[in-house]
Design a binder for this molecule. Structure first.
Ligand code: HPA
Length: 265
């Protein structure tokens, strides 16, 4: 079985579900990344590497997350499949707060972050295909895991990534909706793109914590995001744990190997 990585987003911090958990810091060309390695406490001998996207104590804001170090660290620990969690706002009334969505496309409105490993160095110029940014096979397995534990997941949704750390204006949200966005968050890009560059299978389970600005009847707060995440995090964990057991098995997707010299770094 291959190793699975979990990137815990807002509200998903403590991997109490790992047996033999060992914390360590992985040095990468982009800086250190803290991880917890262990074996899934439920079910088969599934090796898992967990990391907090926002660092310990949720101290790193979305635009400052060291996405390259995080993904590089997972790859260098021989992780092949990555499941990320994300708190998101919803632009789509069919995806109400509490819904969980297996994202299948993104729109990128970030402005100011390193978005690639191919930055003009010795690896040369590489344009990575992102026709299918999120691994379809992982999504299918997580959907089935959700059914098995009685947690319905929405199959597919367009995740708009904003730069943050501010929330959006209602005008931005109206524009994103016109462009086909369903969900809005601040971390989806470049995480998924970097995973593609490294040839990792990447999936995101987005948990809707609020309707986006202008759709919500009240002003948005980070506390609301944390509170709603807290209400649903056990269902999210149920899906993840059920799903992780299946993600280590053989796949037929076309995520790996990525084109480009870093696929086998
Ligand atoms: N906007 C951006 N990011 C978010 C939101 C939102 O409404 N909710 C949770 N993360």
């Amino acid at each position: 079985m291959v190793k699975v990585g979990v990137i815990g987003g807002t509200g998903v911090y403590d991997p109490t579900w790992l047996r033999g958990a060992q914390e360590r810091t992985v040095e990468t060309p982009y800086g250190p990344a803290a991880v917890v390695e262990g074996v899934l406490a439920t079910g088969a001998e599934q090796a898992v590497v967990f990391m907090n996207r926002h660092g310990s104590g949720h101290s790193v804001p979305p635009h400052r997350v060291n996405y390259r170090a995080n993904l590089w660290a997972l790859k260098s620990l021989e992780v092949q499949r990555v499941v990320a969690t994300a708190a998101v706002g919803s632009l789509n009334v069919a995806m109400a707060p509490g819904s969980m969505v297996l994202v299948d496309q993104f729109l990128d409105f970030t402005k100011n972050r390193p978005v690639t490993f191919y930055d003009g160095g010795p690896e040369g110029v590489v344009h990575t295909d992102v026709t299918e940014p999120y691994c379809p096979e992982s999504r299918q397995r997580l959907l089935e895991a959700g059914e098995a534990v009685g947690v319905p997941l929405v199959m597919g949704g367009v995740y708009v990534t904003t730069e943050g750390p501010r929330f959006e204006t209602p005008a931005e949200i109206r524009a994103f909706r016109m462009l086909g966005g369903d969900l809005v968050g601040m971390t989806g890009v470049p995480e998924v793109v970097l995973a593609r560059e490294l040839g990792l299978c990447y999936t995101s389970i987005a948990l809707v914590t609020n309707y986006a600005a202008g759709i919500s009847k009240t002003a948005l707060t980070h506390q609301e995001v944390l509170d709603v995440m807290g209400q649903h995090v056990s269902r999210l964990r149920d899906v993840m744990l059920a799903g992780l057991n299946g993600l280590g098995h053989a796949y037929h997707c076309s995520c790996p190997p990525a084109e480009g010299p870093l696929a086998d770094h």
